[in-house]
Design a protein around this ligand. Sequence first.
Ligand SMILES: Nc1ncnc2c1ncn2[C@@H]1O[C@H](COP(=O)(O)OP(=O)(O)OC[C@H]2O[C@@H]([n+]3cccc(C(=O)O)c3)[C@H](O)[C@@H]2O)[C@@H](O)[C@H]1O
Ligand SMILES: Nc1ncnc2c1ncn2[C@@H]1O[C@H](COP(=O)(O)OP(=O)(O)OP(=O)(O)O)[C@@H](O)[C@H]1O
Ligand SMILES: NC(=O)CC[C@H](N)C(=O)O
Length: 547
Amino acid sequence: MRIALAQINCRVGDVAGNAQRLLAAAAEAQAAGADLLVTPELALSGYPPEDLLLRADFLQDCDTALRQLATETPLPMLVGHPQREQERLYNSASLLRGRRIERVYHKHCLPNYAVFDEVRYFTPGAQSLVFACAGLQCGVAICEDVWCGPGVVQVAQTQGAELMLVLNASPYHLNKQRAREDQVGALAARCHLPIVYVNLVGGQDELVFDGQSFAVDRHGLLALRAACCEEGLMLLDVDKDRAGIRIRSADPLRPLLDEAAEVYDVLRLGVRDYVEKNGFPGAVLGLSGGVDSALTLAVAVDALGPERVHALIMPSRYTAEMSIVDAVAEARSLGVRTDLVSIEGAFNTYLETLAPLFAGRAADTTEENLQARIRAALLMAYSNKFGHLLLTTGNKSEIAVGYATLYGDMAGGFAVIKDCPKTLVYRLARYRNSLGPVIPERVLTRPPSAELAADQRDQDSLPPYDVLDAIITAYVEDDRSASELVAAGFAAETVVRVLRLIDRAEYKRRQAAPGVRISARAFGKDRRYPITNGYHSWEAALHTRGA
Ligand SMILES: Nc1ncnc2c1ncn2[C@@H]1O[C@H](COP(=O)(O)OP(=O)(O)OC[C@H]2O[C@@H]([n+]3cccc(C(=O)O)c3)[C@H](O)[C@@H]2O)[C@@H](O)[C@H]1O
Ligand SMILES: Nc1ncnc2c1ncn2[C@@H]1O[C@H](COP(=O)(O)OP(=O)(O)OP(=O)(O)O)[C@@H](O)[C@H]1O
Ligand SMILES: NC(=O)CC[C@H](N)C(=O)O
């Protein structure tokens, strides 16, 4: 038996387009001599369709497209789609064979944590699906089904399954591929049967599906791993002999990427698909000569090509000459067009206009924020005039503590590095330079500064980024309390200060642009904190330690 794994990039809601993508994969699979095409989870609707699933017209269109697909597919296809039966909605996989929908499976385990909300929409299934194909008995499961214990696989096995076919829409986060392979490999070894895992690829709002579809044999050993962040059709040959089922693939086993390379590819795919799938001609950003905008520019250029990216360099009285020199050098090495637009005129006009209002008051962050907002107005004007998407450049460390200006540098449509802590930003920048130098070394070594006041340094307001990032990770991603952090050796005063800032900045994050999720807990759907919030775990540390 030859199985074709369709690692395809579906677009949420584009049912007709997804049907065409599935038919193109089917034609390729048939030409390669495959007996069966296996697709990702909900390939027909795209994943996650969110509240489109509450619309009767959308579900009807999915149903019509599924029936049409059944008549047109040139080979048997196991395809993911939403399925309404009476008043219930299921996350389903159908076997399309002989010009009809031959069998349907409904997903049993519905993920309802982190970014997943499946219980909001779907009813869990209760029946197994095992079907014969090219002399083998194939069992079916959908994504979370292989994460919630061995039950789904074991029941299919008691009904004769000799191998499992799993349709997935598994979004990326750091170390996810290892977790998938460990999980599925252990399940295969425990049940003594091979498992074929087909994943979606592509960006969908904050999520990036990284592909990396794979297959493990009955010992849990890897027989196939597809590329990260690329579409592809992989072939797997399955034979039965006296020793059992054997699987092998002529496709080379693609290596696991290093962390920085993997994250960089995920960011690039996230930007490319957000821009393409939403129909923007290109992207624009403010280029300051700092590392955040330099990395964002490099990702955008690698995603879209230099001719579709535009950068505005907008110095003020506080901008160092070397910042302009470095920004120009970055743009030049990436082949990007820039415009130099001073904000001094606009800044002076604002200051003069506000002078009577602010008479007798000292300059403070008000004047800092004005500069960020003038830049935002210029960038949004460019975006309006040319239709380009404004990319924001804030990183996770800043967004965590609110070190960014609302309606200023936070203004924009897509926040490329919003889930990358500053320490990771530096690693990513160095990784990008290892492919060919584009960010001047000085940008990576000079102390970070917002350049919104004279001689300003990030470190004047924030702890060193290695300390800050460690505290943010522990508090935001691992739910550690202030006392646990102090017990782990962080200074009580620093812990209280950072946790207080994180709690207080929730209102800013709610108004922030969406951006690529790369961690297991990004700000967004992963972490839904109240803005109006009277619970602060750092208060206990404040009282007990006198911080
Ligand atoms: N709970 C709540 N719900 C809704 N709004 C709330 C709020 N709490 C405060 N606010 C409002 O938020 C406003 C204050 O926020 P905002 O205007 O942003 O200003 P703010 O947070 O006070 O200042 C921005 C900080 O970010 C730093 N910064 C700015 C730009 C770039 C960078 C960088 O390095 O990249 C750093 C800057 O140096 C400054 O320390 C006030 O108008 C206040 O009324
Ligand atoms: N002189 C400038 N010209 C153009 N854009 C700027 C300028 N200064 C700031 N910006 C924009 O505002 C964002 C916030 O920059 P800022 O320098 O305040 O902080 P940062 O977090 O250190 O970012 P970066 O590392 O990119 O400098 C920048 O990434 C850039 O998009
Ligand atoms: N779509 C799903 O069921 C995803 C859940 C699953 N645990 C994952 O790999 O992310």
